[in-house]
Write a protein that binds this ligand. Structure first.
Ligand SMILES: NC(=O)c1ccc[n+]([C@@H]2O[C@H](COP(=O)([O-])OP(=O)(O)OC[C@H]3O[C@@H](n4cnc5c(N)ncnc54)[C@H](OP(=O)(O)O)[C@@H]3O)[C@@H](O)[C@H]2O)c1
Length: 204
């Protein structure tokens, strides 16, 4: 796939490198794509740094990993290029999002034409790096209202060496975000069903 990575920080850069290793082509961006020289060198011929709109236009799927405080700006800079695209939201909002809505739902309000899905947000890159590709596979929780977004995120999660586990619709994303019981929770794939049942009951 063509993967656009918005946000070239710790998480975005790490996921970008793993996408290239897994055979994907990556366009990564920050507000300063010209400063991403070292990362672009590491990504090699299957990676490049471009302005935000270009990364979104290039992408079959977007990995959305700016700081939460920059999320609105990043969406505005990406503009209509996000419309109709699967956008995988790895951000972590502050635990008290106004109105009790999940961060994912807030992003859906800001870019309603994008196909949003939550993943890659619950654990730090140190844990992801330690667990990546090792048995038992690490469960990577996926929340979305959309089937195409779920399928695309699940494929990418598998490609990167983790096990996708559906954890409910966009309104359950608050359980995987800060303040939720699945944030910072390292779960082996074979335990994921029990853990979800314990946390979410029959909510999903
Ligand atoms: N680090 C982790 O292990 C981890 C794990 C799970 C989830 N997360 C979540 O992932 C998000 C990023 O975390 P991080 O640790 O990678 O943060 P970080 O290292 O602080 O990087 C944030 C990135 O966002 C970029 N950015 C800021 N404004 C932007 C904009 N308008 N458009 C595009 N990019 C923009 C910044 O680049 P410029 O300043 O160059 O624009 C920077 O590269 C956060 O929401 C965090 O909670 C992080």
């Amino acid at each position: 796939m063509h993967i656009g990575v918005i946000g070239a920080g710790q998480l975005g850069a790490t996921l970008a490198e793993w996408c290239v290793e897994s055979g994907h082509d990556v366009a990564i961006t920050s507000r300063h794509p010209e400063q991403l020289g070292g990362l672009v060198e590491r990504l090699g011929e299957h990676g490049r740094a471009v302005p935000i709109g270009e990364a979104a236009a290039f992408a079959d799927a977007v990995l959305f990993a700016p700081a939460w405080s920059a999320a609105r700006e990043a969406i505005d800079l990406a503009g209509p290029a996000l419309n109709g695209k699967v956008v995988i939201d790895a951000t972590n909002p502050p635990s008290a999002v106004p109105g009790g809505r999940s961060g994912l739902e807030t992003l859906m309000d800001w870019a309603p034409e994008a196909h949003w899905v939550k993943a890659f947000n619950t654990l730090p890159t140190s844990v992801l790096t330690r667990r990546r590709g090792h048995d038992p596979l690490l469960a990577e929780f996926v929340c979305t209202d959309l089937v195409d977004a779920r399928l695309t995120a699940s494929k990418l999660i598998r490609d990167l060496g983790f096990a996708p586990v559906f954890a409910g619709r966009a309104d359950t994303a608050k359980y995987v975000e800060p303040g939720g019981p699945l944030q910072m929770t390292e779960v082996n794939v074979q335990d994921a069903t029990d853990v979800l049942a314990g946390v979410l009951g029959d909510y999903i």
